[in-house]
Design a protein around this ligand. Structure first.
Ligand code: XMP
Length: 513
């Protein structure tokens, strides 16, 4: 992304909100990139940053094993904003005093602005901020002025206007800080003097241009799963090199109802590319015959997928390039922990040794998920794909409990399709993070007309969550649940009972297997 002219560096000292800081900056149409605190000062100097933000971090500045940085960074003439640990680090670097308090200051705290003329606080009144710290500044460095405080924190913010160095003890990036967004705006535009001209349209234009330069007249192969990231990568590559792109789509028969056809239609009709679909549902089911253990099922599905996918890629690989839809959170090097523990989180797929490409292309590796969606919409990908809810790699395989058979796949696909249709009609779709049907390996007695039935049970699951690590079951109104149950029983001949899963995570997981 070196082509971006105006960018802010988020120097990561291991704080949990580092990605959020970058996203908030980008919301102001200024490109922000995250680099670990181990990045050399020469690299930082060479990048022409308009501003640098030091993130928070879990450590104490006087513990010399915690992340520090070359003090010279404050003398480069680039505006700096320190947040939380970053604030204390600036204090420490410039000879101020930081000490550990007896009590931790945590949560929403009332902050008082001491200098109403501070550019950083322009338009910001006394207000609530989010604090999370034990160490605190008790004496600011020479030439620094205190600009805000709270009851327990004598230095909630400090600045050295002449050198453009600003620091806040609280977290402006979290929504609990009432004027956090305004404060970041002030830093980006009033202190760093950014213009804010980073737009997704520009991203598409630049990326298409550089993809064309890189790929030239060679071929590029992409594994398309039908998920958001690989779909947007496919559309972008198609725009860049058209039929030089081959998309390999493995339909293992465990997708939702008609999903494979929808993906195929979308990409063959709307985008110029060679589309290769591998239908291998039968083979998958025969490999899974008699297997009931969840881990064994996952393993078989994973191994089968790997083999089928790479065999196809092997056929299609013609030198050229291999592309994948890796996105920014998978590419960032984290600054967590001490230096020697730093590792690159790179979700690169494992490629068999015998397959050789010129290089791997990751056209989305600078974007967060919501930005990928924006690009997808601008490229004309249908909303159903761009806003698709997460779908596990092993597909319906983890939603059919016990042995997987073609008959069970069909029952689950039909029931799931009814549930999704009703949620869509009710307008609830945007409020739910994930919603789907499950086929437990259970039959129950029922009565239909004058007949006793003994048939399958369908469970429906809907959750709300921000991060999928914890989740609440969704409080779907009873009338909607009742409609869903009625339709599933009427439209799915082998189902006679529907239950709603009211377990949150934890203790339950979102998927059943
Ligand atoms: P759990 O069930 O662990 O799910 O609460 C959390 C999120 O991860 C998805 N999930 C998977 N995604 N392969 C995937 O790509 C998997 O094996 C897998 N298992 C769960 C799940 O749908 C939810 O969004």
């Amino acid at each position: 992304m070196s082509k971006v002219k105006e960018k802010i560096l988020v120097l990561d000292f291991g704080g949990q909100y580092n990605q959020l800081i970058a996203r908030r900056v980008r919301d102001h149409n200024v490109y922000a990139e995250i680099k670990p605190y181990t990045t050399s000062i020469d690299e930082i100097k060479s990048e022409n940053y308009k501003g640098i933000i030091f993130t928070g971090g879990p450590n104490s500045v006087f513990d010399m094993s915690s992340p520090h940085y070359d003090k010279e960074i404050l003398n480069l003439g680039i505006p700096v904003l320190g947040i939380c640990y970053g604030c204390q680090l600036i204090c420490w670097m410039r000879g101020g005093k930081v000490e550990t308090s007896d009590t931790r200051e945590y949560g929403k705290i009332e902050m008082t602005v001491d200098n109403k003329d501070s550019i950083l606080f322009s338009g910001i009144p006394n207000s609530v901020v989010w604090m999370s710290h034990t160490d605190k500044i008790i004496e600011v460095p020479e030439n620094f002025e205190i600009t805000a405080h709270s009851d327990n924190c004598p230095v909630a913010a400090m600045e050295n206007v002449n050198e453009n160095i600003y620091a806040v003890q609280f977290h402006p990036e979290v929504t609990h800080t009432e004027f956090g967004n305004k404060l970041l705006y002030n830093f980006i535009f009033k202190v760093c003097k950014c213009k804010g001209d980073w737009r997704m349209e520009g991203f598409i234009e630049n990326t298409v241009k550089s993809l064309r330069e890189k790929i030239g007249d060679k071929k590029v192969v992409l594994g398309l799963s039908g998920g958001v990231d690989s779909s947007v990568a496919a559309a972008l590559l198609s725009k860049a090199v058209g039929s030089q792109l081959t998309c390999v789509f493995v339909d293992q028969g465990l997708m939702r109802k008609d999903e494979g056809d929808f993906v195929e239609n979308t990409f063959t009709k709307l985008f110029d590319m060679k589309f290769v679909r591998v239908n291998c549902g039968e083979e998958f089911v025969s490999k899974l015959k008699g297997v009931t253990d969840p881990e064994k099922k996952r393993k078989i599905i994973g191994t089968e997928f790997y083999n089928v996918f790479w065999n196809k890629i092997r056929e299609e690989a013609d030198g050229g390039f291999f592309a994948q839809g890796t996105i920014y959170p998978d590419c960032i090097e984290s600054g967590k922990g001490d230096a020697d523990k730093i590792k690159t989180h790179h979700n690169k797929v494992e490629m068999p040794d015998d397959i050789k490409f010129n290089d791997i292309i990751e056209p989305l590796c600078d974007l967060f998920k919501d930005e990928v969606r924006k690009v997808g919409e601008l490229l004309g990908i249908p909303k159903e794909l761009v806003w698709r809810q997460p779908f596990p790699g092993p597909g319906l395989g983890v939603r059919i409990i016990g042995e997987i058979t073609q008959e069970k796949i069909k029952i689950l696909q039909d029931a799931d399709s009814v549930f999704r249709d009703e949620i869509k009609k009710s307008g609830l779709e945007k409020d739910l993070s994930q919603f789907f049907a499950v086929l437990p390996d259970v039959k129950t007695v029922g009565v239909m007309g004058d007949h006793r039935t003994y048939d399958h049970l369908i469970a429906i699951r809907a959750v709300t969550t921000d991060d999928f690590m914890t989740a609440d079951f969704a409080k779907i109104p009873y009338d909607i649940l009742s409609r869903v149950a009625g339709r599933i029983i009427n439209e799915c001949p082998n189902v006679n009972r529907v239950v709603y899963d009211i377990t949150s995570k934890p203790p339950g997981t979102i998927e059943w297997e």
